[in-house]
Design a protein around this ligand. Structure first.
Ligand code: ADP
Length: 363
């Protein structure tokens, strides 16, 4: 039971308040009406789930300190939804959120939790929060995690999601926590490889993370000046890549950098093998560097610290205003909220024009 509320009231409220997209200035009439009802919220919890991303700690810090500033008690939950079910909570004050903003990863830990995908698991999680008097939850995470937070909101618990994933594949936020740091790490690697590539007239394949989303590869490829970019949204056959490289050499380029998304059918391993097997015919092969988890572990950049800070603080404001069942993210450089139902049922499109631009700029 939520303090001062019946679960039924909470369910009705979550459904009503999540019925339309609002920005931070555009409170819906329903949210305004219900504002006073949630004014007595006094205890919230925050968890991090799924893949870690640099900037998450800044978001945790912001949730804790803005929550405490409102006079609330804030609990951190260890190891994501697994800790939520197991009751692994720790009270957090402003000092517990100190010296963490500059650290990558998540101080709360993260875990995969199949049990949370079941209704029985989520009931345990709600009981676990209710027994500690926790009245609202902030979930910091990507697609899977927000599917979980949506399921929890559907069961009536006041939840706000914070958009965090280096893959940038989450609908509802143009940019998510961790993307900027991951891109800067990729760029550092590309810049270094380019020096060696130019010295030895060699070609290099650089594989970025991103699961089935080509965003990281596309942006790193453009900003890193790659000759070719291979992403799952617009696949390229190995012979097409070879043609691009040949043409670059013919135009007098001393190097060739190909950026490949890990989710592409011809990922770095497959492309690398293909070029090795056809080396005699093609006249060259490509050296493979897979950035992998190196891309996730960096100290957060200024942009990720600010994004984590803004979104963490925004999540607390949303809970306070009773606009639960939503994701907080950024759209057109403004803070924006999107109903979790819309977030989990929509696919974020990739800007085709950027891929065309990448081709032009590689001339
Ligand atoms: P990310 O948030 O980085 O996309 P995952 O896909 O690994 O991470 O999901 C993180 C966790 O979210 C899962 O371990 C699970 O506990 C929860 N989750 C994922 N899908 C669902 C679902 N359909 N229903 C409920 N919980 C889910």
């Amino acid at each position: 039971m939520i303090r001062g509320w019946t679960v039924r009231q909470a369910i009705v409220f979550c459904r009503l308040s999540a019925s339309g997209t609002t920005d931070d200035k555009g409170q819906s009439p329903v949210a305004l009406q219900k504002y006073d009802l949630l004014a007595d919220m006094t205890r919230i919890a925050v968890l991090t789930s799924g893949g870690d991303a640099p900037g998450i700690n800044a978001a945790i810090r912001a949730v804790v300190r803005t929550g405490v500033d409102r006079g609330w008690e804030v609990y951190g939950i260890n190891h994501g939804y697994a800790g939520l079910i197991a009751g692994d909570f720790r009270p957090m004050g402003p000092r517990d959120a100190g010296e963490i903003m500059q650290r990558g990863g998540t101080i709360l830990g993260s875990a995969r939790c199949p049990e949370f995908c079941t209704e029985a698991g989520r009931k345990k999680a709600i009981e676990s929060m209710a027994s500690r008097g926790v009245e609202g939850l902030v979930v910091i995470g990507g697609n899977g995690s927000q599917t979980g937070s949506h399921a929890l909101a559907e069961m009536g618990f006041p939840v706000v999601g914070v958009a965090s994933t280096i893959d940038n594949d989450l609908y509802g936020s143009d940019i998510t926590i961790g993307v900027d740091t991951a891109l800067n790490i990729a760029l550092e690697a590309i810049d270094r490889l380019k020096i060696t590539a130019s010295s030895h007239h060699r070609g290099f394949l650089v594989e970025t993370m991103g699961r089935n989303c080509g965003y990281l590869a596309l942006m790193a490829g453009i900003a890193g000046g790659a000759e070719a970019i291979v992403i799952p949204e617009y696949e390229m056959e190995p012979e097409g890549v070879a043609e691009v490289i040949h043409s670059a050499y013919e135009r007098g380029k001393p190097h060739a950098i190909v950026v490949v998304a890990e989710g592409a059918h011809y990922n770095a391993e497959r492309l690398g093998r293909y070029f090795q097997e056809h080396r005699d015919r093609l006249g060259f092969d490509l050296r493979v560097t897979a950035l992998g988890y190196v891309q996730r572990g960096g100290a957060p950049t200024y942009a990720d610290r600010m994004l984590g800070t803004r979104l963490g603080a925004a999540a607390v404001e949303e809970l306070a205003a009773g606009r639960c069942g939503v994701l907080v993210g950024m759209r057109k450089n403004e803070r924006a909220t999107t109903p979790l139902g819309e977030v989990v049922s929509s696919k974020k499109p990739l800007d085709e024009n950027l891929l065309r631009l990448a081709g032009v700029l590689a001339k």
